[in-house]
Design a binder for this molecule. Structure first.
Ligand SMILES: Cc1cc2nc3c(=O)[nH]c(=O)nc-3n(C[C@H](O)[C@H](O)[C@H](O)COP(=O)(O)OP(=O)(O)OC[C@H]3O[C@@H](n4cnc5c(N)ncnc54)[C@H](O)[C@@H]3O)c2cc1C
Length: 405
C-alpha cells in the first residue's frame, strides 16, 4: 500500500475528506486519478487488491488506446505486434503484416501497477488492499465505507470498479448485458506466426478465440455471447490443441465477463460518474475495453474538474461527452458485430483478399480511422448496413442470451 505522505483534511464529521475518490485502480481508475491529480484535485485512488495484482485480460493494448495517454507504455510492453494471423474455425489461416505497430502486448499486473504509479507520482493518494463495501450519498457528496470499518468522504466519486464492482448495485444502476470469456496462459510461444496476434473467427457464436504472444508465454482465450458460457472450457482446449499448445499445460485458467452498455442507460448518479467496464464501455465487436477505459476516465476527470471549480452545476456533461464521443463508435460496433456473427465467412474472406479492407482494419486498430468513418465512406450504402444490421440484431437477440441485441 502506498501511504499518503500528506494526511487528508478531516471533515466536520471527523472523516478524511477528499475532493474525489476513485473506486478501482484498473486502467479506468488510474487514468482518472492521474488526470484529476494533474488538474490539482485532491484524489484518493482505492483498490481492494494488493498491487501488483492480475486481472483476467489478454493485456493487448491497441495503438489507438496507447495513443490516448500522454506517456509511453514502453516500460510494460512485452512485445510490439505488427501483424495478425486469422484462422476460420481453426483452419490453417493466413497472416498479414502492417508497416506500423498495431498493438503492444502487456501483462495486466505490470500495466495496472505502472498506471497506478503514474497516478501516485502525479499526486493521487493510492491505497491498495482496501475493499470498498458500500457507498452512500452525503449531502452533495459521497461517503465510502471500507471493509475495515473506516470511511472517507468526497465531493465526487469515479466508479471504476470494473465488471464485478459494488458501485452499480449500490447506486441502483441498470444491470448490464455481458459477454463471457475464458482465458489461460501457456508456456512458450505459438507455433505459427509467434510475432502476430492470432484470432480464430467463426468457432464461437458472438466471439472468437485469441492467442497473444508475450515474453516467453502465450495468453490464450475464447469468448462470446452468454449462451456459449458452458462450452468455453471445451472450446479453449480445442483451440489450444489446434494451435499446438497442450491443453494440459494451460495455467491460470480463468473465466470473466465483459459488460456491454445499452445506449439509453445513465452514466452518472448525482456526484458519481461511471467509467470503463463499470459503465459497460467495452467494444462489442472486438471485446477490447482498455481504450474506452482510458478515454471515458479522461472525459470524466475533465468534467469533475469543471464541476469542482464551479464552472458547471453537475456532472451530466460527462454523460453528454460519452454520448457524443464514444457511443456512436459503440453503436456501429454493435451493428458490425451483429452482421459479422450472422455470417462470418464473407468478412474473413474480405480480410484475407482485400488489401484495402486489411489496411482499413489496421488504421482503425491504430486509432487513425473509426467505425463511424468506415460506415460513412460507404455513402448511400450505409443505410443498407442499417437495415441489414437491424435484421441481424434480431438474430442476435434470439441466439445470444442477452435481453437486448
Ligand atoms: C478474458 C478477457 C480478456 C480481455 N482482453 C482484453 C485485451 O486484450 N485488450 C483490451 O483492451 N481489453 C481486454 N479485455 C477487457 C478489459 O480487461 C477491460 O475492459 C478493462 O480491464 C476495463 O478496465 P477498468 O479499469 O474499467 O476495470 P478493471 O480493469 O476491471 O479494474 C477494476 C478495478 O476495481 C477494483 N475493485 C472492484 N471492486 C472493488 C471494491 N469493492 N473495492 C475496491 N476496489 C474494487 C478491482 O480490484 C480492479 O482492480 C478483456 C476482458 C476479459 C474478461
Amino acid at each position: 500500500m502506498t501511504v499518503p505522505d500528506v494526511a487528508p483534511p478531516v471533515s466536520q464529521d471527523g472523516l478524511p475528506h477528499y475532493d474525489v475518490i476513485v473506486l478501482g485502480a484498473g486502467p479506468g481508475g488510474s487514468t482518472a486519478a492521474l488526470r484529476l491529480a494533474q488538474h490539482g484535485v485532491r484524489v484518493l485512488l482505492v483498490d481492494r487488491e494488493r498491487f501488483p495484482r492480475s486481472k483476467p485480460c489478454g493485456g493487448g493494448v491497441l495503438v489507438a488506446a496507447a495513443a490516448r495517454l500522454s506517456f509511453s507504455l514502453h516500460a510494460v510492453s512485452q512485445r510490439v505486434v505488427y501483424g495478425f494471423r486469422v484462422t476460420y474455425k481453426r483452419d490453417a489461416g493466413f497472416a498479414h503484416t502492417y508497416p506500423e505497430p498495431l498493438a503492444i502486448m502487456t501483462r495486466r499486473r505490470d500495466l495496472d501497477t505502472f498506471l497506478a504509479d503514474q497516478a501516485a507520482t502525479a499526486g493521487a493518494t493510492f491505497a491498495d488492499g482496501r475493499a470498498v463495501s458500500a457507498i452512500h450519498r452525503n449531502g452533495a457528496g459521497m461517503i465510502v465505507d471500507f471493509h475495515d470499518g473506516e470511511r472517507a468522504v468526497a465531493a465526487a466519486l469515479v466508479a471504476a470498479d470494473g465488471a464485478n464492482g459494488v458501485s452499480r448495485r449500490a447506486l441502483d444502476m441498470p444491470v448490464l448485458d455481458r459477454a463471457v470469456a475464458l482465458e489461460a496462459n501457456s508456456p512458450g510461444l505459438p507455433r505459427h506466426a509467434p510475432d502476430h496476434v492470432s484470432l480464430d473467427l467463426g468457432s464461437l457464436p458472438g466471439g472468437y478465440g485469441w492467442l497473444f504472444p508475450k515474453d516467453g508465454h502465450t495468453n490464450i482465450g475464447v469468448g462470446g455471447w452468454p449462451v456459449v458460457g458452458p462450452q468455453l472450457k471445451t472450446h479453449l482446449a480445442a483451440y489450444a490443441a489446434s494451435e499446438g499448445l497442450s491443453p494440459a499445460q494451460l495455467e491460470d485458467v480463468r473465466g470473466y465477463t465483459l459488460p456491454l452498455r445499452r445506449f439509453d442507460e445513465p452514466l452518472t448518479r448525482g456526484p458519481v460518474v461511471f467509467v470503463g467496464d463499470a459503465a459497460g464501455l467495452i467494444d462489442p465487436l472486438s471485446g477490447e475495453g482498455i481504450h474506452n477505459a482510458f478515454y471515458s476516465a479522461q472525459l470524466a476527470a475533465d468534467e469533475i474538474a469543471r464541476y469542482l471549480s464551479g464552472d458547471v452545476p453537475d456532472l451530466r456533461g460527462y454523460e453528454h461527452a460519452v454520448r457524443r464521443q464514444i457511443d456512436p463508435e459503440l453503436a456501429v460496433a454493435r451493428q458490425l458485430q451483429a452482421l459479422f456473427h450472422q455470417r462470418p465467412w464473407p468478412y474473413v474472406r474480405l480480410l484475407r483478399h482485400s488489401g484495402r479492407f486489411w489496411r482499413s482494419f489496421c488504421r482503425t486498430v491504430r486509432g487513425e480511422a473509426t467505425y463511424v468513418g468506415f460506415k460513412g465512406r460507404l455513402g448511400p450504402a450505409a443505410s443498407l448496413v442499417d437495415v441489414a444490421a437491424a435484421f441481424a440484431a434480431r438474430g442476435v437477440a434470439q441466439r445470444s442470451g442477452w435481453s437486448h441485441p
